[in-house]
Design a protein around this ligand. Structure first.
Ligand SMILES: Nc1ncnc2c1ncn2[C@@H]1O[C@H](COP(=O)(O)OP(=O)(O)OP(=O)(O)O)[C@@H](O)[C@H]1O
Ligand SMILES: [Mg+2]
Length: 223
């Protein structure tokens, strides 16, 4: 059996003149949930896209061993407005060739896990922000990917639902996925096993980083 692991070596990225982060090294394995933290604009979403392979890093490399499926849950949840909650969760099963009846049977307990079982027949356009986000997480867990990247999954949730989401992400990690969560939320951060702080990465590797409070610095030195 192939071991699942994600290795990032000396990752660095910038869009304009300033580096968002440099020298980020990581070794991610199943069973642990890693929080990716740092102030707004430090590159959390960018690093998730680099780990997913949808953005190439300016510096460094990413090795993905034993990964056949990657799920990136975007910061803004995107569903199909006219489709129901049940349609959204069954889609990954249907896409992998599972018949509709069985796909729906498998979708129900997942909806339960995320507390949206009462909304199965509701169209996506009627969901609140937090419900839509939980639906995207439910669909992601139906995808059974080895690499799950969740961008601010608790941002629209109250503390109770946020704890539920973190617990489910922990469960996905325990069942063999590598899970990375970009988050501002102290509760989410505390519930993760490991933390990669992009504020630190920028601080240590980079004198003129593009953090909001540094943007107007003329010295070029981080203090
Ligand atoms: N495609 C792009 N082209 C140019 N600049 C970009 C692009 N994507 C992101 N940026 C810039 O790079 C910086 C980092 O963006 P990113 O979305 O990774 O930050 P973040 O840490 O996820 O922030 P937040 O906490 O607000 O979600 C931001 O200043 C953003 O404007
Ligand atoms: Mg972001």
């Amino acid at each position: 059996m192939t071991v699942t692991q994600i290795i990032g070596k000396s990752l660095g990225h910038h869009y304009g003149d300033l580096w968002l982060f440099r020298g980020v090294n990581l070794h991610l394995t199943p069973g642990r949930v890693t929080a990716l933290t740092g102030p707004s604009g430090t590159g959390k979403s960018t690093l998730l896209a680099i780990l997913a392979g949808t953005t190439a890093p300016v510096e460094g490399s990413v090795l993905r061993d034993g990964v056949t499926g990657i799920t990136l849950i975007a910061q803004a949840a995107y569903g199909v407005p006219s489709r129901t909650v049940l349609d959204h969760i069954t889609l990954p099963f249907l896409a992998s060739g599972i018949p509709r009846f069985e796909a729906e049977e498998r979708a129900r307990p997942i909806a339960d896990l995320f507390g949206i079982e009462h909304l199965l027949s509701a169209p996506y356009r009627q969901l609140s922000g937090g419900e839509a986000q939980r639906l995207m997480l439910a669909r992601a867990s139906a995808q059974e990917s080895e690499l799950i990247l969740a961008d601010e999954p608790t941002a629209n949730l109250d503390a109770h639902n946020a704890r539920g989401v973190i617990a489910v992400l922990g469960g996905l990690a325990e069942s063999g996925a590598v899970v990375v969560v970009a988050t501002h939320d102290p509760l989410a951060r505390a519930a993760c096993d490991d933390v990669i702080d992009l504020a630190d990465a920028a601080m240590h590797e980079n004198a003129s980083r593009s953090l909001p409070h540094q943007r107007f610095s003329t010295s070029g030195e981080a203090s």
